[in-house]
Design a protein around this ligand. Structure first.
Ligand SMILES: NC(=O)c1ccc[n+]([C@@H]2O[C@H](COP(=O)([O-])OP(=O)(O)OC[C@H]3O[C@@H](n4cnc5c(N)ncnc54)[C@H](OP(=O)(O)O)[C@@H]3O)[C@@H](O)[C@H]2O)c1
Length: 291
């Protein structure tokens, strides 16, 4: 049994909250910015209804065993407003976001040794507040150890593939390689089919090559074949399918370009590695967002 505060009930958060509520030994509270009355999630194995307690005021939070942060990376600072009231001496913080800076985003707000970074691969969409669609299976990766195992146990009842790894750095940089390649779709406002254009495919490969070089400098074990593999993977996907940064730009929402491309430029600079194609993507997406 665990007492859980899930912060950020969007596509990923509401889906995870719905699954957590299926184990009635857990006590789940959802910390929302936009109020929701209940959660309805369509999953590959059927529709899940859940009615967790929902709070919208950080002053109402109480000590929990686990906080799960599922906001977009750029909302991390505001998510931390929930921590003071919810944190007890043994509370653990699971950061379930894209990018490679799960710990760095929160270490100034929460004890580093109790932060559990989580790589999530789970295609989910939000159609309305508290209404989500889980479009495929859930794969999660956590660092091996007792905290990773305890996180896994939260979802033991769900049909999730949760892996513990001794090399979390490689796991998140692998995912970043794929995510970084999504930027041209958002810049061009074109779905994945645009990867069949040779010039765009070359650009995607260059973006991923920069990601591989910086990731290796950060300690990730990334294959030389990654740029080609990722372009082939994008080309194999339905031509009208899109990645989430493309979907965010299409819907006029803020984009996670810093967590997906800016980080490659920033960490590259630290190692003296230039990442001009990622810098270009950041400049264009930042300009598009602020226009
Ligand atoms: N969706 C996917 O398929 C997918 C797959 C893998 C990884 N990811 C990653 O998972 C993370 C979450 O993505 P998402 O797609 O679930 O995003 P999302 O649908 O935009 O959901 C984010 C949620 O956080 C809420 N929020 C923001 N600030 C908050 C605060 N201070 N307190 C409480 N709630 C707050 C938002 O509130 P509002 O309701 O007011 O907007 C929204 O409900 C991202 O890092 C994303 O890259 C997503």
């Amino acid at each position: 049994m665990a007492i859980v505060l899930l912060i950020g009930p969007g596509a990923i958060g509401a889906t995870l909250a719905a699954w957590l509520c299926q184990d009635d030994r857990h006590r789940v509270t959802v910390a929302a910015r936009t109020p929701i009355d209940s959660i309805v999630t369509m999953t590959p194995s059927g529709v899940i209804h859940a009615r967790p307690q929902v709070i919208t005021d950080p002053a109402r939070a109480q000590h929990v065993d686990w906080m799960l942060v599922t906001t977009k990376a750029y909302d991390s600072e505001s998510a931390a407003a929930w921590f003071p009231k919810a944190t007890g001496p043994h509370t653990r913080l699971a950061v379930i976001q894209n990018g490679v800076e799960h710990v760095q985003r929160f270490e100034k707000h929460f004890p580093r040794e109790r932060i559990v970074p989580v790589m999530i691969d789970l295609p989910a969409e939000r159609n309305a507040p508290g209404r989500t669609v889980q479009k495929g299976p859930a794969h999660l990766v956590v660092p091996a150890g007792k905290d990773g195992a305890a996180f896994h146990a939260l979802f033991a009842h769900a049909n999730f593939d949760v892996k513990q790894t001794d090399d979390f750095t490689t796991a998140v940089w692998n995912k970043l390689c794929l995510n970084s390649a999504g930027a041209p779709c958002a810049v061009l406002l074109k779905p994945n089919g645009i990867a069949h254009h040779d010039g765009v495919a070359r650009l995607m490969r260059d973006i991923v090559r920069e990601c591989v070089t910086v990731g290796r400098a950060e300690g990730a074990a990334l294959a030389d074949s990654m740029p080609d593999e990722i372009v082939e993977r994008i080309r194999r996907s339905p031509r009208d399918s899109g990645n989430s940064i493309y979907a965010d730009r299409l819907a006029g929402r803020p984009m996670e370009y810093d967590a997906r491309n800016g980080v490659i430029v920033r960490l590259g600079r630290k190692h003296g590695i230039a990442a001009p194609m990622n810098a270009l993507m950041v400049a264009l997406l930042e300009a598009a967002q602020n226009d």
